[in-house]
Ligand binder design. Structure first.
Ligand code: F0G
Length: 456
């Protein structure tokens, strides 16, 4: 059979509310053209994020009933910790309520003030946490990552020669290197094992810790299996274990490849650092055996970290993302190629050449897709990454103006995706009429979440 089906059937359903274009125009105005401000009830297909939006399995719901809600030393904690140790080989596991809490604790304890953190591409919360603590976040993706149409199989790779240069020219100044797998902001593209190994060796040789932002480690591992010579016959679990073995530590949001709706962790092999992390954890997140999570959340994550490595799941996952991407291309929408693991990134800069980056072409397209069909997506461009540079005080322009359609795990079917493509096709027909936006009100950090906009 050539049809790759959803390898599950649906046991519980949630109705979707249909709205009219007139209603949606009103909703958009009330939300100040910021899709984060729209009540989810008014969204038909929600592709804002794949984070915490997945459907849990019957096994996960069953495990939640087993949740041990003891304050200290709960049984669920040991299940959670042991699964993470087995998967990552990292000794110290610090539970957190989500990924950014792990980032904040890590960077605070590492002491990034006045130092540099290097990544293939920092996710927005990662960059914001480094900068908030007085550090400098430097992105060094491979050059192919900035060529949306280039079909390179591992566009999530970190630029090794730029890494070597930085490690040599900034001795003692680099707090850590953290590679995001898959590279979310760069198009959901994987890093190869070869690249991770080289980056890890080089970084450690300079006495700098090497970390993974492992949010989508399973999708990255499966890409390695499919695309990197020598991995075709390996289990995805063993590939994931090998990836983690290259790292001194990892941050993780269980809302992605943990297949859970909340949760995360910070892990490492550094005894001293882990002690400091636990101290900070107790101050703001919770006792070290729950870290801001309920026992039932720990259970759901422990099971999710097992299920996510199931190959029939990963085959479907990558195929459904590719399906959306290929059909969007067919109706004339340029996307970042090849399709990533968790999302399709529309190249809005190329699609809407008449709207300059300072007028947010990605956001304009996001508003049009909502107005046309109630589809919510997220701009990943100058609205997200722009604003004033804390070092130079200049306005930043993002390297690419992208619009992300992120696919929640195990939630939507193929006909939902067909509908999204049809909506996009309607927008293609009137793309010349789309207009840019201007900022009316913005926050100092992570402005895209709360920004108020107005059409030009
Ligand atoms: N790192 C990456 C690569 C992420 O994609 C995210 C979240 C985080 C860290 C932070 O994790 O949300 O649990 O605090 N990404 C979501 C997204 C929000 O939509 O891509 P968190």
């Amino acid at each position: 059979m050539t049809t790759i089906i959803e390898p599950f059937r649906i046991k519980a359903v949630e109705p979707l509310k249909l709205t009219t274009p007139d209603e949606r125009r009103e909703v958009l105005a009330r939300a100040d053209w910021n899709l984060f401000r729209i009540p989810a009830e008014d969204i038909l297909i929600d592709l804002l994020t794949d984070s915490g939006t997945g459907a849990m399995s019957a096994a996960q719901w069953a495990a939640m009933m087993q949740g041990d809600e003891s304050y200290a030393g709960s049984r669920s904690w040991y299940r959670f910790r042991d699964r993470i140790r087995e998967l990552t080989g990292l000794r110290h596991v610090v539970p957190t309520h989500q990924g950014r809490a792990a980032e904040r604790i890590l960077f605070a304890c590492m002491g990034v003030e006045g130092k540099i953190v290097i990544s293939n591409t920092h996710f927005d919360t990662t960059r914001a946490n480094v900068e908030f603590l007085g550090g400098r976040a430097i992105d060094i993706p491979v050059p192919e990552a900035l060529q949306p149409a280039d079909e390179h199989p591992f566009k999530g790779n970190i630029n090794l020669s730029a890494l070597e240069d930085l490690l040599k020219s900034e001795p003692g100044q680099i707090a850590c290197v953290i590679v995001t797998v898959t590279n979310n902001s760069g198009g959901g593209q994987p890093a190869s094992m070869e690249n991770l190994r080289a980056a890890s060796e080089m970084t450690r040789r300079h006495g700098v810790p090497f970390y993974l932002d492992a949010c989508r480690f399973a999708e990255n591992s499966y890409f390695i299996k499919l695309r990197e010579p020598g991995f075709a016959d390996r289990t995805v679990e063993s590939i994931a274990q090998e990836m983690f073995s290259l790292a001194d530590g990892a941050t993780f949001s269980a809302k992605k490849d943990g297949l859970a709706n909340i949760g995360g962790f910070l892990a490492s092999n550094d005894d001293r650092l882990a002690r400091q992390e636990v101290e900070l954890l107790i101050l703001t997140e919770g006792f070290p055996t729950y870290g801001g999570l309920a026992g039932r959340d720990l259970e759901a994550i422990a099971v999710g970290l097992q299920e996510v490595l199931d190959e029939s799941y990963l085959r479907y996952r990558l195929a459904s993302t590719r399906y959306l991407g290929e059909h969007l291309v067919e109706v004339g929408v340029p996307i970042v190629q090849p399709p990533g693991g968790h999302a399709i990134y529309i190249d809005a800069g190329t699609f809407l050449p008449h709207i300059p980056p300072t007028e947010f072409p990605g956001q304009s397209l996001a508003c049009a897709l909502y107005e046309e069909g109630g589809v919510r997506s997220v701009e990943i461009g100058t609205l997200m990454f722009g604003g004033e540079d804390p070092q130079t005080h200049h306005e930043r322009i993002a390297p690419l103006e992208l619009l992300r359609l992120a696919i929640p795990r195990r939630v939507y079917t193929q006909s939902h995706m067909d509908y999204v493509v049809e909506v996009a096709e309607q927008v293609v027909r009137r793309k010349e009429t789309l207009k840019g936006l201007r900022i009316v009100e913005e926050a100092a950090h992570l402005r895209h979440f709360s920004v108020k906009l107005a059409p030009l």
